[in-house]
Ligand binder design. Structure first.
Ligand code: GRF
Length: 210
């Protein structure tokens, strides 16, 4: 098995629901291929499947919801505090359905990545990108892993994967095809970050071969 000289990068994951990207990350971690350890999962909704997935893998999890904490910014400030407390070095948004408050973005700048189910900048800033892609009639779509900045879905792009869009597609079939790519791409991006192989120049991200 691959062995690293570097200590494992500590990762915090923000989730909101189904958690299939979290599961993909945890599977790669378990197989020893992530170069990182997910030390805390924070959900902004209670009772979601992503929390069951964390429990299944023995990863600590917390719920920071806007209702309990008095608003989105406060809930995210609490998430931030918990990440800091755990020594988190990289925050991954894996199906997180809220925009990050400016304070969170500036605290974690360059250390937050997101997975988005379209080829950005197409169909950014939406929670329905796959539907929009089908309705727009594009022939190619895909997913993007990018660093998070104050510009929603506009941060520097780390990796993209393309999939075809067929005439017969509906939102479910396209979403499924994109999701399979998401599950490959997100762990690769975390791995590249953990290995220190990502270099940012302006808004371009250069990736050294692993
Ligand atoms: C994914 O399509 C992701 O790209 C988007 O939200 C969805 C989350 O899915 N940001 P899951 O919770 O990881 O299954």
């Amino acid at each position: 098995m691959y062995s690293r000289a570097l200590p494992l990068l500590k990762v915090g994951v923000l989730v909101s629901g189904r958690g299939s990207n979290l599961l993909a990350l945890l599977r790669v971690q378990k197989a020893g291929g992530l170069g990182a350890e997910i030390v805390l999962v924070v959900s902004n909704h209670p009772g979601v499947p992503a929390l069951d997935t964390s429990a299944l893998f023995g990863v600590p999890a917390s719920v920071c919801d806007a209702k309990t904490f008095g608003g989105r910014a406060r809930a995210q400030a609490e998430a931030s505090r918990l990440f800091r407390e755990r020594g988190v070095e990289l925050v991954v948004l894996a199906g997180y359905d809220r925009i990050l408050a400016p304070a969170f973005v500036s605290e974690w700048e360059g250390r937050v990545m997101n997975i988005h189910p379209s080829l950005l900048p197409a169909f950014g800033g939406s929670l329905h990108s796959q539907r929009e892609a089908v309705e727009y009639g594009v022939r190619v779509s895909g997913c993007t892993v990018h660093f998070v900045t104050g510009d929603v879905d506009g941060g520097p792009i780390i990796f993209q994967a393309a999939v075809p869009v067929y005439q017969e597609d509906d939102v479910e079939t396209l979403s499924r095809r994109i999701l399979a790519q998401e599950h490959e791409l997100l762990p690769l991006a975390v791995r590249a970050y953990a290995d220190g192989r990502l270099r940012m120049r302006g808004r371009r991200v250069f990736v050294e071969e692993g």
